[in-house]
Design a protein around this ligand. Structure first.
Ligand code: DQA
Length: 150
């Protein structure tokens, strides 16, 4: 029914191996496989994009305006300072849910500042891999609701 872009920013390709005490032991591929399954169960198509480069992420957001209905994004460290990603999301105006595995507000102060959140529909954090799950389900609900309103 809906086409959704799942985006991961820098270092998230290392999920499962990277700081498992903070980010969990479930690997990057496994998270994507689970999210694809959930999307399919809800009649949606999910495409996954990961990059460690800010510009590549900006390009992927621009490209999404040609095919996607919405975005789920874990911008990684870019969450805390990338005005370029924020501007790209504002420009394409696709409904976007920001997700973080860890509870960024319970961590170092520099992680408390989230520059993309104001241009997103909402933000999930602190639920481990389930932040992706809840973010995706929230987006699907929102897309369904908006489609009904049209
Ligand atoms: C993260 C939180 C960020 O602060 C960090 O830079 C990441 C992962 C998370 O999913 O908890 O790379 O986005």
């Amino acid at each position: 029914m809906f086409k959704i872009l799942l985006m991961h920013g820098p270092n998230l390709n290392l999920l499962g191996w990277r700081e498992p005490g903070i980010y969990g032991t479930i690997g990057f591929d496994e998270i994507n496989a689970r999210m694809k399954r959930v999307a399919e169960e809800n009649g949606c198509e999910l495409r996954v994009f990961q990059s460690n480069s800010e510009g590549a992420l900006v390009d992927a957001i621009h490209d999404a305006r040609h095919w996607a209905d919405g975005i789920v994004i874990n911008p990684g460290a870019y969450s805390h300072y990338s005005i370029a990603l924020r501007d790209a999301l504002s420009a394409v105006k696709l409904p976007t849910i920001e997700v973080h595995l860890s509870n960024v507000h319970a961590r170092e102060e520099f992680r408390h500042r989230l520059v993309l959140t104001p241009v997103c529909v909402g933000m999930m954090c602190g639920f481990g891999w389930r932040s992706y799950l809840y973010g995706l389900l929230a987006l699907i609900e929102i897309l369904k609701e908006r489609a009904k309103e049209k």
